[in-house]
Ligand binder design. Structure first.
Ligand SMILES: Cc1ncc(COP(=O)(O)O)c(C=O)c1O
Length: 380
């Protein structure tokens, strides 16, 4: 009847592992979402705006008050000035913005560089646009980009490079030098960039986040994508934004208006209220998530796992090579059933997984849950 355009795609691992965790009543450290509540004032504001009757379509580009609040936040925290009219678009989740950006600029046969391991939505978006994903592995040491290798993967057909820092699934954070290297490379080869910065505030150990928007040569050719779901702990609200120069924003909006058209109105109002009342709320996130990372890692000190504390995001990788030679996809299901802790196998983020033994655990969980999970993992 229908020849699939995505023959290799099934239900995502996140859906499958969360379902298995529920079925087995395992501690769910697989899917990336907090198990604690978002700020009360934010949730109250949503209820207030819905009850006040703000329940019809917002403007296609996003509520002006929210775009204004985003521009203020970018100026305050990143030193970046943006025009909310022509450069900021509110979207129903970062995933939609990534899809729209890729759809807007990739033509059939265009090559798109993806750095493996990478978030699972990039590749299908490239394929649906008729593009060719070119997967380049991140370096074996600390998952840093190997810029020489990336440059050697660039051809005359390369159109776009997708970047993600802080990084899912590894927690790696790109340095200022990485962004300078990227800037040199995309300028030299005339490439566009999608910079997925959804974990921008979750950078630990006193390191800061470097946004592509802070580098003039990147900013002029970049769609930078952010998620309120991650910053405010409301992944179920599926709201984010994309910052791009006016010409790129115009093209993004042409797609966005026919994919989802708008993001949810009372959610946008609640976010605008909260951001104008508490503009520095995101600055407290690094300390509270670092506490969770440290708690989880310290509780695993006597386990047989090897780990390097995550530099950013809310994911911690555990290396189980001293425990088992099984492939991660099998082991992760087995341990969900037998140990009662669900995780995500890192191999699913690769086109060609290397011979490594890594599982990803989300530490955006209540302290007691993290301690219970670590205790179970220490028994292995
Ligand atoms: C790297 C990365 N990008 C994008 C997203 C999606 O964000 P949103 O829920 O706002 O679509 C996620 C969510 O897990 C992610 O990890």
């Amino acid at each position: 009847m229908l020849q699939s355009k995505l023959p290799d795609v099934g239900t995502t691992i996140f859906t499958r592992m969360s379902a298995l965790a529920n079925e087995q009543q395992a501690l769910n450290l697989s899917q990336g979402f907090p198990d604690f509540q978002a700020p009360q004032a934010l949730r109250t504001a949503l209820a207030h705006h819905a009850l006040e009757g703000h329940n019809q379509y917002a403007p296609m580009t996003g509520l002006p008050a929210l775009r204004e609040a985003i521009a203020n936040q970018l100026a305050r925290h990143r030193g970046v000035r943006c025009d909310p009219e022509t450069e900021i678009t509110v979207v129903p989740g970062a995933t939609e913005a990534i899809f729209c950006a890729i759809t807007a600029c990739v033509r059939p046969g265009d090559e798109v560089i993806l750095l493996d391991p990478c978030y699972d939505s990039y590749r299908p978006a490239v394929i649906l646009a008729g593009g060719v994903p070119v997967h380049v592995p991140l370096g074996a040491a600390a998952f840093a980009p190997d810029w020489e290798r990336i440059e050697s993967a660039i051809s005359a057909r390369t159109r776009l490079l997708v970047l993600n820092s802080p990084h899912n699934p590894t927690g790696a954070v790109m340095s200022r030098d990485d962004l300078l290297q990227l800037q040199r490379l995309v300028t030299r080869h005339g490439l566009l960039v999608v910079s997925d910065e959804v974990y921008e505030y979750l950078v630990f150990d006193g390191r800061g986040h470097h946004s592509a928007l802070q580098f003039e040569g990147l900013r002029s050719r970049c769609f930078a994508v952010f998620s309120f779901g991650k910053t405010f702990g409301v992944t179920g609200w599926k709201t984010g934004y994309c910052v791009a120069p006016p010409e790129l924003t115009a093209e993004l909006r042409k797609v966005h208006q026919y994919v989802c058209f708008v993001a949810v109105t009372p959610v946008q109002q609640a976010l605008a209220d909260f951001m104008s009342r508490e503009p520095d709320y995101p600055l407290g996130l690094a300390a509270s998530y670092q506490h969770k990372r440290d708690l989880f890692c310290a509780a695993l000190a006597n386990s047989r796992f090897h780990l390097q504390p995550s530099a950013g995001s809310y994911f911690q990788l555990l290396d189980y090579s001293a425990i088992s030679a099984s492939v991660d996809t099998v082991l992760c299901e087995q341990w969900t059933r037998e140990v009662g802790v669900a995780s995500i196998p890192v191999s699913v983020f690769y086109q060609q997984p290397p011979p490594q033994r890594l599982l990803r655990f989300c530490f955006a969980k209540q302290d007691a849950q993290l301690l219970r999970a670590a205790e179970r993992l220490c028994r292995i």
